[in-house]
Design a protein around this ligand. Structure first.
Ligand code: NI
Length: 149
């Protein structure tokens, strides 16, 4: 069965502040610089969601694009667009780094997208910043099992 990957792009705008209660005020400033500004700042985030798998024998799609859009809009875009990320419940004990945000987006999507199909999430934070996450090694193992099922 031929496999393919589709990637869709999404956007949301959100505010955040890089700060951790585990460091002192000075240490936060040294670590995060101007991103630690108490008033926060915003980003126009761009999210790439990649889905990999066998193509449906009839539609020749890995996953219906409209279905993917519906899942990502409902799970990710509506949750974060025009919000303060630091107020999100998942960030109550975690810093809103790009690393943590891309991982959270993965964790939200992997519950919604058919098992083993989510292959990568990419996140652009600024012109020169890009983060990506592909799950834990055991997730990739699961993916292989589904593929070779
Ligand atoms: Ni920032």
């Amino acid at each position: 069965m031929p496999q393919a990957t589709i990637t869709h792009r999404y956007r949301f705008c959100a505010a955040h502040r890089l700060h951790t209660d585990r460091l002192s005020t000075d240490e936060n400033w040294v670590t995060f610089g101007k991103c630690n500004n108490p008033n926060g700042h915003g980003h126009n985030y761009v999210v790439f969601v990649s889905v990999t798998g066998d193509m449906d024998p009839i539609t020749h799609q890995v996953l219906n694009g409209q279905r993917l859009d519906e899942i990502v809009q409902r799970t990710v875009v509506q949750r974060f667009d025009h919000r303060d990320l630091n107020q999100d419940v998942e960030f109550s004990t975690q810093t809103t780094t790009g690393e943590n945000l891309v991982r959270l987006i993965w964790d939200l999507l992997v519950q919604e997208i058919p098992t083993g199909r989510l292959s990568k999430v990419g996140l652009i934070e600024t012109r020169d910043n890009y983060f990506e996450y592909s799950g834990l090694p055991q997730d990739r193992q699961k993916k292989d099992e589904v593929r070779h099922g």
